[in-house]
Design a protein around this ligand. Structure first.
Ligand SMILES: [Fe+2]
Ligand SMILES: [Fe+2]
Length: 210
């Protein structure tokens, strides 16, 4: 499903511009979420690096739009995104779920809850990024696209390692909670991908053959 939808998008400049804009938007949401979770005085180098890199991913993907369709998608208004409304709620849904879950299971609150939710939500997003970007990268290569996401892939791999390191330090049982949050994210992702596929005109019947 993922492959055939992305392949269809990459071969159409208008859709490809919107796809890049959507990824840029999601990266920007991620960056803003990290900044929002930052402790006012105890923010460390890892968090600063992470926020800076996610902001740069958003900027870089936005810049790439010119390579497929010059001047397209200047804003993040819904009509310039793929699955606009669903994309807008993706991270928010995940953040709300994780925060509630961690509050109930671990009894966390305030700044601590914010930071721990940041670790788990970011972990889930990095797992997704490590799955999605390589698929996109292979399709870009196959079609000799002027767009490249190779540098993003390398940085997302680093983020995933950092999140695992931080979660291991926080709780030896982190994987139990991570599994619950990953399962929720899988549902959010499948729903998002379904809306994207519908919007770009890939029917479920077509997807079953891929
Ligand atoms: Fe990123
Ligand atoms: Fe990342």
């Amino acid at each position: 499903m993922l492959q055939s939808t992305i392949e269809h998008i990459v071969t159409d400049p208008t859709l490809h511009a919107k796809w890049l804009n959507t990824l840029s938007y999601m990266e920007n949401c991620g960056a803003r979420m990290i900044s929002k979770c930052e402790h006012p005085t105890r923010t460390n180098l890892m968090v600063l690096k992470h926020a800076a890199e996610e902001h740069r991913h958003a900027y870089y993907l936005k810049k790439m739009i010119d390579r497929v369709q010059e001047g397209a998608c200047e804003t993040y208004e819904v009509e310039e995104l793929l699955a606009g409304h669903t994309s807008r709620h993706y991270l928010h849904r995940l953040d709300i779920f994780a925060s509630k879950y961690l509050q109930e299971k671990l009894g966390l609150a305030g700044e601590e809850l914010k930071y721990v939710a940041y670790l788990y939500v970011t972990y889930a997003i990095e797992v997704r990024a490590d799955d999605l970007y390589p698929v996109y990268h292979e399709i870009l290569k196959k079609h000799d696209s002027p767009v490249s996401v190779w540098n993003i892939i390398k940085e997302e791999e680093g983020h995933l390692e950092e999140m695992i390191g931080a979660l291991e330090k926080f709780d030896p049982l982190w994987e139990t909670h991570a599994k619950v949050i990953l399962a929720y994210e899988e549902g959010v992702f499948q729903n998002w991908m379904g809306v994207v596929s519908d919007e770009v005109g890939i029917s479920t019947a077509q997807l079953n053959y891929n």
